[in-house]
Design a protein around this ligand. Structure first.
Ligand code: ADP
Length: 394
């Protein structure tokens, strides 16, 4: 009896052990599975965070470079690789391995000693006229130990271009003002020194003074127009403009100037109506016709024409049969103060700003302006404008 009882208890204990063991193993498996899921989630979160960080860094306009404590690249964003035209994966390499730029090597050495360098500017060799500004700083941890270096690069190219344009503009304006001013000054002094006592000489000198005063006046008017156009202060009063009548009016205004060179003015403009600011379009066409007369040949002709464009809008042309424009100057004649023949332009009372004003006004109307020319056979200036229907359908 006791033996039977003992056997039953033993069997029960063994069964309990296996049941408990199976349960324990199942629980252990579940815990392991849960741990695996948790680990995967944590890894995913860290991958997501890294990807987001990368997207953020790559969307920056500034170039960003992070070096670790061994001066190896830890992170370089897209702007940085684009600035320096780098393609390969840079991580883990030293700066010297990827870029041979002594400016940057010197900068890194300065950061080592000064801890921070702000506003260091340099021009990139062999990569166009690109200017960069770098701010660099050593990164330290809470124990003030050096962890790495951060460098932020700003593209200064546009700013430098504007600075250079402004300097050139000031130099050009000063130069343009100096010539008539020194003539006015010189002839006034000669008159005061006694030339005024000879009426014939006095009149000649006064005429020179008057001509140069007019030139100054014209230059200042043109400068004010350019400044108003460039700053966007000039508001266009848009209305339908009859282009045939506009050409007729300009021919009337410039008729006597054309006569002095026996140039015939031909109005081939059809009855077209454009949408524009009458006074400004008058200025554009007058400038082009005036140039065609100024630079055209004696006994020649100036023809104003126009046509509707298939894609909408109109194209206006001013053609002369003068000496034309050399190919190397074609793209430059619309620049401020650019002249093919400086002496000739000044002789004709030109300010060198006419075509720049034309370009600004046409662009303000949303049109295009260009010139075609064959040396010795004349030049044709073209510009486009929207028509009334064209604007209404937009
Ligand atoms: P400018 O006051 O000197 O005429 P513009 O800006 O009107 O200044 O013209 C710039 C230059 O383009 C002129 O100096 C001249 O050399 C050249 N140019 C303009 N129009 C003509 C033309 N119809 N034929 C030949 N050259 C021209």
């Amino acid at each position: 009896m006791w033996f039977f009882f003992f056997i039953v208890t033993l069997v029960a204990l063994v069964a309990l052990h296996f049941w408990w063991r199976a349960k324990f193993l199942a629980q252990q498996n579940q815990t392991m599975e849960e741990m695996e899921i948790f680990q995967k989630q944590t890894q995913q979160t860290s991958v997501d965070a890294k990807a987001q960080q990368q997207i953020l860094f790559n969307s920056m306009l500034e170039g960003l470079l992070l070096l670790d404590r061994n001066k190896k690249i830890y992170l370089a964003n897209r702007a940085f690789t684009e600035f320096f035209n780098l393609k390969a994966d840079l991580r883990g390499k030293t700066l010297v391995e990827v870029l041979r730029l002594h400016e940057l090597d010197d900068l890194l050495q300065r950061v080592e000693t000064e801890q921070q360098v702000f506003g260091h500017e340099f021009k990139l060799p062999d990569l166009g006229d690109r200017w960069l500004q770098v701010n660099a700083s050593v990164i330290t941890n809470s124990a003030n130990e050096r962890e790495g270096t951060i460098l932020v690069f700003h593209d200064l190219t546009r700013l430098k271009q504007l600075e250079r344009q402004r300097e050139e503009f000031v130099a050009n304006v000063s130069h343009e003002l100096r010539t008539p001013l020194s003539l006015i000054k010189g002839y006034t002094e000669t008159l005061l020194d006694g030339a005024r006592n000879n009426p014939e000489v006095a009149e000649r000198f006064l005429k020179i003074i008057e001509r140069n005063t007019n030139r100054l006046d014209l230059l200042i008017q043109d400068l004010l127009t350019i400044s108003a156009l460039e700053s966007g202060r000039m508001k266009l009063e848009l209305a339908p403009v009859n282009l045939h009548s506009l050409a007729e009016k300009i021919f009337f205004d410039l008729g006597s100037k054309a006569e002095t060179k026996t140039i015939s003015l031909v109005n081939e403009m059809p009855e077209l109506t454009a949408k524009g600011d009458t006074n400004r379009l008058d200025q554009v066409l007058a400038n082009l016709v005036d140039n065609a007369i100024k630079y055209g040949r004696v006994n020649g002709s100036v023809i104003v024409g126009g046509k509707k464009l298939p894609k909408g809008g109109v194209e206006i042309s001013v053609r002369d049969d003068g000496p034309g424009i050399p190919p190397e100057a074609i793209d430059r004649v619309f620049e401020r103060f650019y002249r093919v023949d400086k002496a000739r332009s000044r002789d004709q009372g030109g300010t060198g700003l006419g075509l720049s004003i034309v370009k600004h006004i046409v662009h303000a109307h949303g049109g295009e302006v260009w010139v075609e020319s064959e040396l010795g056979k004349g030049a044709t200036f073209f510009f486009t404008l929207s028509t009334v229907e064209n604007i209404a359908s937009q």
